[in-house]
Design a protein around this ligand. Structure first.
Ligand SMILES: Nc1nc2c(ncn2[C@@H]2O[C@H](COP(=O)(O)OP(=O)(O)O)[C@@H](O)[C@H]2O)c(=O)[nH]1
Ligand SMILES: [Mg+2]
Length: 313
């Protein structure tokens, strides 16, 4: 991405090298008199367009270009300053600020609330909730913590079995009821089990019919009321682009989302989803999931996401 922008900047940079400059405004015309007013508008307009093409939501792209504008305005630079590089660096810093605005720490939650920490995973069908639960449980168990899985997707055929297979592979306890039963009761039993056996974490799986389905949201609300989760993770498919942002908003409005797990990052060519969701619902991306193996899961890293967004430059 950014080809058009780079070309424009190269031209500006070449022009800038022909004479000494001591203020970036001379080059890009922020307040300088020698260059055409509005030149920075063009550059930032192009940048915004590129961001939109990388699946970054409009308000987020606008925020970023705004902060870039204030960074560049009146900036002192010397003759050797490379404008293109400077803008790229400033832009990456702005992206990083958005991504790191809110950080997620499971350790802090454990410290604050004590164990068992109850985590509920919500999101529409196929985004990777069940897979993320297995991966996070694997990660926690490797750290020596104990987990209980709650088979709260009692709606979709095969969902209970899918989680059961994970529990067997992981060697961790699963609480399940019959298909079609009340998921809130499953979650409740799992929390009771964790309390009685002094387990550290309860990971509650949920169904994911369309996010517009009112029954689903009612079901989520009931699970929340009964299981009293300490953390609600919204699980979003990074390939879903602005749909993922829409879904995040819906779930956040209905039950309140604490953090985001972004999945299928391995297949995501664009990378803008993390930025958009974080900025739109104001919640951190806690983890990313990037493949089929249990290990293909980790803490969200802003630098990594930036290299994704800028990756195919
Ligand atoms: N490539 C890739 N596939 C994933 C990832 N997470 C989940 N999947 C696949 O996406 C499909 C749906 O996952 P699942 O966990 O069942 O979604 P759920 O309906 O939200 O519980 C499965 O085929 C998973 O193997 C990921 O991070 N990367
Ligand atoms: Mg599932």
């Amino acid at each position: 991405m950014f080809r058009a922008l780079r070309e424009k900047l190269s031209a500006a940079s070449a022009a800038a090298k022909q004479k000494p400059i001591d203020d970036i405004s001379e080059v890009v015309g922020v307040s300088g008199r020698r260059l055409r007013e509005g030149a920075l508008d063009d550059v930032l307009g192009d940048l915004e367009l590129e961001l939109l093409q990388a699946d970054v939501a409009l308000p987020v792209a606008e925020d970023l270009t705004k902060s870039l504008r204030s960074y560049l305005t009146g900036k002192k630079i010397d003759r050797d300053f490379r404008l293109e590089e400077g803008i790229n660096l400033a832009f990456k810093a702005a992206v990083k600020k958005v991504l790191e605005k809110q950080r997620f720490s499971l350790d802090e939650i454990v410290k604050d609330k004590g164990t068992p920490v109850v985590m509920m995973f919500v999101g529409i069908n196929g985004t990777g909730k069940t897979t993320a639960i297995a991966k996070l449980a694997h990660r926690l168990q490797k750290e020596g913590r104990s987990c209980v899985l709650a088979a709260g997707d009692t709606f979709r055929a095969g969902a209970i079995e899918q989680l059961t297979i994970h529990s067997e592979k992981l060697g961790c306890k699963i609480i399940k009821h019959q298909a079609g039963s009340d998921p809130a009761a499953v979650a409740y039993d799992a929390v009771e089990h964790a309390r009685a056996r002094k387990k550290d974490f309860v990971l509650v799986d949920t169904a994911g019919r369309m996010q517009t389905n009112r029954n689903l949201m009612d079901e989520m609300k009931k699970i929340k009321r009964v299981a009293k989760p300490d953390v609600i993770f919204f699980v979003g498919d990074s390939l879903a682009g602005s749909d993922a942002v829409e879904q995040a908003i819906r779930f956040d409005e209905a039950i309140g989302v604490d953090a985001v797990i972004l999945t299928k990052i391995d297949a995501d060519a664009k990378g803008g989803a993390a930025l958009s969701i974080t900025e739109t619902i104001g919640k951190p991306v806690a983890y990313v999931s990037y493949g089929q193996e249990y290990e293909a899961f980790g803490r969200f890293d802003a630098d990594w996401m930036i290299s994704k967004i800028f990756g195919n430059e």
